[in-house]
Design a protein around this ligand. Structure first.
Ligand code: FAD
Length: 605
């Protein structure tokens, strides 16, 4: 039997963060009908929290910058397991995408001669992040949202997609419920773009918003798409650690970009003690040179605080473990010290880092213009996600596209800060464009009534168990503890095997979760649905991490601490087998063409 869709679109975009909005704009520009679904209100997606900026080699602050340097930086940061074609497209197209935003009315900080100002960030050789103070995500979302509304599309806010519907292996639509009333809706579409963001809520300490429950990853996985690089999780080095209620909230890398330094309890700038060989030539040899770099001195090299995030996070972890941490289990991040260098330092800090100033003042009663912050690693970003074609962003399921954090490839083993916002606009645009083309070239697919019924029944099961069932919040909290403690920043085989077996037990508990009452704005019921997704994703992370028996980027193994050449030749891929179990395999990385190899060689010095 064929179900009647409540809504039908040519292109259906799931997610209204930077990637989803940019995809929707492009599809609307192509003249097809566009529907946009998001869990929260329009304008409130996680992207709104982005602070530091978007990376694009516009060379406004240093004319030595170019797509070649950006490409090489991204590949080095990703430890060469990136999808090189995506890294190339990203480096080449990001400047145009940023200028386009400017044309649509985005406000940016300016250089003295009126161009978009660019700031330093970890792993970027030159100042490259276009920014608006430390509220860049807000400006990005505001601009894209205004433009999307201006172009015209239908937005279904506060709707959660719970199942992807296929027709003979091709994307056909989705089943969703509205969060307000709990009613189900079927959306038919010729092409679907997933832009659902990250998975941070699988961990206990995270910078991610409540939306980061890996829905797109899980929806695609359940529908048979391939996920790659799931072992690579970015633990951002600087999250708040105190008070406990705010643990994990991000402290932007912009603080270090503006001259902030990391110190241990002995007052030592410990980052100078551990500079990886492949970054030595580009790293300052003393604090004075590091300071000069942050102030735009082109002859200076960057301070070690601006090494890649994976490395800085591990150095902080080491200081804390060695008993040289701050009182609440972090280290000190000090921007107040710049008063030794700048007369108007207080006003300067408030101007460059307004959100950080307010965040610490209001949440921790601490004035960052006069005191050091306490910071520690927080789960921030997943490099892994849905495997897509670099040019079109189509997944391995025909008609299903993915962009932004839920897609994978560009970042390899570690993302450079600022490369996500530019990823959203570069690949969001591409996903929208090719989804529109696909929709034009293909007729509507059929919605399978049986699949809708099965999926509906599944998500309503918790109401049958009622108060006698497992508490969904408790299952989620136990999963977060498991991932934090056993598949965290430093990993080893026995702990990850333990995580896999706990996840199996949690799956059994998740099948018995119960909720009572009606479906309207039922947070417990919503959590019972989130938990399913988080469990699938956590298992994919743990199993991929077990398979990568080396250390690279966001994946560090105590039992295999070295990076091994052999592991640099493939990505780890997970897929749902026909028996419903996770299948893990190694997917060879295609050979990089000579012209890109030359770029990498030329930028090595
Ligand atoms: C605090 C913080 C600061 C950051 N700062 C920077 C920065 O300065 N520069 C940078 O490059 N990166 C930064 N990042 C990373 C970057 O913000 C994210 O990677 C990026 O915003 C993700 O965008 P997205 O469009 O992929 O998804 P998101 O912005 O996460 O949006 C996901 C959308 O999908 C919707 N959705 C999810 N699941 C469903 C579902 N089941 N049904 C319907 N809708 C659904 C959500 O409601 C939302 O609308 C930061 C991250 C954090 C946490």
């Amino acid at each position: 039997m064929v179900a009647h869709a409540t809504y039908n679109y040519d292109v259906l975009v799931i997610g209204a963060g930077g990637a989803g909005l940019r995809a929707a704009i492009e599809a609307a520009n192509a003249g097809v009908s566009v529907g946009l679904i998001c869990k929260s209100l329009l304008g409130k997606a996680h992207t709104v929290m982005a602070e530091g900026g978007m990376a694009a080699a516009m060379a406004h602050n240093d004319d030595r910058d170019s797509w070649r340097v950006h490409f090489a930086d991204t590949m080095r940061g990703g430890q060469y397991v990136n999808n090189w074609r995506m890294a190339e497209l990203h480096a080449k197209e990001a400047p145009d995408r940023v200028r386009e935003l400017e044309g649509w009315g985005a406000v940016f900080d300016r250089t003295p001669d009126g161009r978009i100002n660019q700031r330093n960030f970890g792993g970027h050789r030159y100042p490259r992040l276009a920014h608006v103070g430390d509220r860049t995500g807000l400006e990005l979302i505001r601009t894209l949202q205004d433009h999307a509304v201006y172009l015209g599309m239908t937005v279904h806010m506060e709707h959660t997609v719970i199942e992807l519907l296929l027709d003979g292996g091709r994307a056909a639509g989705v089943l969703a419920y509205d969060r307000e009333r709990g009613r189900f809706h079927v959306f038919g579409a010729k092409a679907i773009v997933l832009a659902t963001g990250g998975v941070g809520r699988a961990y206990k300490i995270t910078s991610n918003s409540w939306e980061g429950t890996g829905d797109g990853h899980a929806l695609a996985y359940r529908a048979g798409a391939e996920l790659i690089d799931m072992e690579f999780i970015q633990f951002h080095p600087t999250g708040m650690v105190w008070p406990p209620s705010v643990r994990g909230i991000l402290v932007t890398e912009g603080v270090r970009g503006e001259g902030g330094v990391l110190k241990n309890s002995e007052g030592r700038r410990f980052m100078f003690d551990d500079i990886p060989d492949n970054y030595k030539a580009q790293t300052a040899s003393d604090p004075e040179e590091g300071w000069r770099y942050t102030q735009g001195d082109k002859s200076a090299r960057r301070p070690p605080e601006l090494l890649t995030r994976d490395h800085v996070a591990r150095c902080i972890n080491r200081e804390v473990k060695a008993g040289r941490g701050s009182p609440h289990g972090g280290v000190f991040l000090d921007i107040a010290w710049i008063k030794e260098k700048l007369k108007d330092s207080e006003a300067h800090i408030k101007r460059k880092l307004p959100s950080m100033y307010h965040q610490f003042k209001e949440l921790a009663d601490l004035d960052i213009t006069s005191e050091a912050m306490e910071v520690g690693p927080t789960t921030h970003y997943i490099m892994g996600g849905i495997r897509v074609d670099a040019d079109t962003q189509m997944s391995t399921i025909p008609g299903l596209f993915a962009a932004g954090e839920c897609a994978s490839g560009i970042n390899g083993a570690n993302r450079l800060g600022g490369n996500s916002l530019s990823d959203l606009i570069v690949f969001g645009k591409r996903a929208g464009e090719y989804a529109a083309t696909y929709a034009r070239e293909n007729a509507s697919a059929r919605i399978d009534d049986g699949a809708v019924e099965r999926a509906t029944r599944d998500v309503l099961k918790p109401f049958e168990a009622g108060d006698q069932g497992e508490n969904p919040y408790k299952v989620q909290a136990d999963l977060q503890d498991t991932m934090q403690n056993l598949v965290g920043i430093v990993r080893q085989e026995s702990e990850m095997q333990e995580a896999v077996s706990r996840i199996q037990q949690l799956n059994e508990r998740a099948a018995r979760v119960g909720v009572s009452g009606h479906r309207e704005y039922h947070a417990g019921w919503h959590t019972s649905i989130d938990v399913r997704n988080l469990l699938s994703i956590s298992e994919a992370i743990a199993r991929s991490a077990i398979e990568r028996k080396e250390s690279r980027g966001g994946h560090f193994r105590e039992d295999y601490p070295q990076k091994l050449d052999e592991f640099g030749t493939f990505n780890i891929m997970v897929k749902r087998g026909s028996d419903g179990r996770v299948q893990v395999s190694r997917m060879p990385i295609p050979v990089m063409p000579d012209y890109l190899k030359e770029v990498i060689e030329e930028q090595k010095s």
